[in-house]
Structure formats: C-alpha cells, structure tokens
Design a protein around this ligand. Structure first.
Ligand code: IPE
Ligand code: IPE
Ligand code: MG
Length: 256
C-alpha cells in the first residue's frame, strides 16, 4: 500500500483488497469524468432533481479526496455543459448556486492540500456570484501543483475547438502551413495538460455529450451504470483496475 493511502483505507476492508491489485507504476495521469445521473438518482427516491445535484457534490468531494492519494495528477470533471442551459431556469439557477456555496466551503481544503482549481469552458456567461467564487479560488490556488482539478463549466467540446481556431487566426503569425496537432493543442482550454488516459461516464449513457472532443482521441472509456451521487472511492478503484487491464495500442498491433 502506498503511504498516502495508509490511514485512509480501512485495514482488512474490501477496498483495501481491491487497492492491493492496483499497479501504482501504471496509473492514469489524467482521469476525466462525465458526472451523469443526478436527476435519475433523485427521481428514484421521489426527490426533486436538486437533491440529486446536492448528493452529487458529496461524490465530488470523495473523488477529489481519493484521486490525489492514489497518485492521479489531473482530474477533469464535467459539471455543466453549454447545452445544459436548455434545462428549466430554476434547476440551472440552483446548480450555479450550489457550486458557489461549495466553493465557499471547500476552498480552504484545496488551499490546505495545495490543489489547483482550473476552469475549462466559457466563463463569461457564468452567473456573477459563482464566477466571483471561481476567480477567487483559481487565484488562490494558481501556484499549487500537488493535484490539478479542471472543472468543465459552460463547456462544449465543439466551442473549444472553434475558440482555438479563433485564437490562432487572431495571432496573424500562424499560417495554415505552420499548423499541426502539437501547435493546435496549445490553443485549446487544456493547453499544457496531458490528454485524459481514462474517461469515465456514470449513469450508463453511451455517449460523449460534447465533452473533450479533441483530447479523448485515444482515451480509454469506462461506462458504469452507477448514478453519479452513488459513485464512490470503490468505483474509482474499479475504474482504475479496468483501465489497467486494457491494452493501449494507439494504432499499433501491440501495446507501446
Ligand atoms: C448530471 O446529472 C449533472 C448535470 C448535467 C449538471 P443530470 O442532471 O444530467 O442527471 P440525469 O441525467 O437527468 O439523471
Ligand atoms: C452531460 O450530461 C453533461 C454533464 C455531465 C455536465 P447531460 O445529462 O447533460 O448529457 P445528455 O443530455 O444526457 O447527453
Ligand atoms: Mg444527464
């Protein structure tokens, strides 16, 4: 067991047995998660959808606590898509409010642990109170690098690509002939961050929903039927074990 997990995982527990199976030399560097199923989780319990979102924040807390202890360096969480504005205004408003409250409460934990918070997505349209909190926490944590959390907010993979093209055209310096994948990658929201090795989607939906279209070209995809509010440390360990059982060939005929 690695040192950071000692005292965190109960000795003799099922979780501990699962953790023993992890190869810590082959961890995904970057895990991205489509946190889906909050609404259905609530519906199943005859609760309003917002209760699902509240419960979803608890799952976020557990995963944010677990990933760095396991040695994962980057975590990208899909929390609000550009398409999610289509939802009833009341739900949208509550979601942004919950996020602002969460940031108020949890920012000290991020600072204490030296975790960095980063936003990917178009921040301009984010409601003022939430945007203020985001900017505050991003400023406070910008020099930390123990663990990097990318929150995808008002995010759209297609918009990200169009935004990159706009930035490139605005530079004047780059001619069509100069452009290549490496250079293009410098203009997307996740510039400087390695592509996700593992993409998790909860709630069983088999689609990408406009998430990280450029970055997931060779990510391993793992879909679980578990609704996001029920997703826990154990599920994360299962995802990593499944990831480690895959043969990543990148087009070759054997693993590189
Ligand atoms: C994911 O859960 C959270 C957001 C998209 C904000 P949903 O709210 O999409 O839950 P379902 O898919 O309706 O169950
Ligand atoms: C994707 O979930 C967006 C987030 C998890 C933030 P959705 O619930 O919005 O996706 P669809 O509509 O089922 O594709
Ligand atoms: Mg959904």
């Amino acid at each position: 067991m690695i040192e950071s997990l000692r005292g965190f995982i109960k000795p003799g527990s099922e979780e501990e047995a699962l953790i023993q199976k992890i190869d810590f030399s082959k961890l995904p560097k970057h895990v991205a998660v489509i946190m889906d199923g909050n609404g259905r989780w609530a519906k199943m319990r005859n609760l309003p959808r917002v209760e699902g979102h509240k419960a979803g924040l608890k799952a976020v807390k557990e995963i944010v606590e677990t990933c760095p202890r396991m040695g994962i360096k980057y975590l990208t969480l899909y929390a609000f898509s550009k398409e999610n504005w289509k939802r009833p205004q009341k739900e949208v408003k509550t979601l942004w409010g919950l996020l602002a409250n969460y940031l108020k409460k949890e920012s000290s934990v991020l600072v204490k642990n030296e975790f960095r918070l980063n936003v990917i997505g178009q921040m301009e349209q984010i409601p003022e109170r939430t945007k203020k909190e985001l900017v505050r926490v991003m400023d406070m944590t910008r020099n930390y690098d123990k663990f990097i959390i990318n929150l995808a907010l008002n995010y759209s993979g297609r918009s990200e690509i169009v935004d990159a093209v706009k930035k490139i055209l605005d530079t004047d310096r780059i001619k069509g002939n100069d452009l290549n994948e490496e250079l293009f990658s410098k203009y997307i929201y996740t510039s400087g961050i390695p592509d996700p090795d593992l993409l998790i989607r909860t709630s069983g939906e088999l689609r990408i929903s406009n998430f990280l279209l450029w970055q997931i070209a060779y990510s391993e995809i793992w879909v679980t039927p578990v609704y996001w509010p029920d997703f826990n440390r154990r599920n994360m360990i299962e995802a990593i074990l499944e990831y480690q059982s895959r043969e990543r060939r990148f087009g070759d005929i054997k693993a590189g």
